[in-house]
Design a binder for this molecule. Sequence first.
Ligand code: ADP
Ligand code: MG
Length: 272
Amino acid sequence: MRAIVQTTKLQAEGALAKGANSVNNEANGARMRPPIIRLEGLTKIYTEGEVSRTVLDELNREFYEGEFVCLLGKSGSGKSTLLNLISGIDAPTRGDVVVYTDTRPVRLTALGEQERTLFRRRHIGIVFQFFNLIPTLTVHENVTLPLELNGWAQHRAQMRAHALLERVGLGDRLKTFPDKLSGGEQQRVAIARALAHDPLLILADEPTGNLDEDTGEKVLSLLLELTRDAGKTLFMATHAPEVARRADRVLHLDHGKLVSDQVWRRLHEEEA
Ligand SMILES: Nc1ncnc2c1ncn2[C@@H]1O[C@H](COP(=O)(O)OP(=O)(O)O)[C@@H](O)[C@H]1O
Ligand SMILES: [Mg+2]
């Protein structure tokens, strides 16, 4: 898995350097897997009164199975907007997101809002900055809920949720309500919830942004360990550059464009 990820990373950056929009899957004669996500001319423009602002400007990019992609960019650069388009929470102004599920590629703009919700429920796990646990449900119920929404039988859902909560070190807090937990503990519950239904893709939007440095580091390590163990693709938005050191690919959002770490550094060195 690591070797494939590294090869893919190099090919992706190589293709970018040549100005290509997508990666040659058969470079070096090695037939690669198709991507998990493809952004196709993805554009988001917000209009307020007379003023329109292009937040994402014609993004073309592919992401592969098992990658940890770190998305950097200052506050307001469009990181959450991009994650919301990939998860189908929001719809683009132009362009599309294609998600390659086990059975078929799904074009998100071809889905209605309700279909997008079902799609997200099945294929995506999300970790938010502010945890977003349901306050009226216990820790165990918070993790069981997405499974039951996916049609799992109650007992099986409860067993799976319990096992995951053990895995994140909260097996003894099943009946606790979220407001009795620390921020780090709440985020560990949220990680268990995001992984429970074995999603294709984990999206994390500044998952350590509301935690102190030490707790944030522990939560990040746990999230990385669990997604890697499960062979999942992790797409993390952050404005913490130190997270980037641990990523397979680092991308920067800058003035609506997605640039790779290498290209971004070169541009900024030229400016300096
Ligand atoms: N619903 C909205 N309507 C208008 N502008 C929005 C909306 N959501 C986000 N924006 C604007 O889009 C830009 C990108 O926001 P966001 O994706 O939240 O950035 P980030 O997550 O990188 O901080 C910001 O300028 C923000 O004000
Ligand atoms: Mg954001």
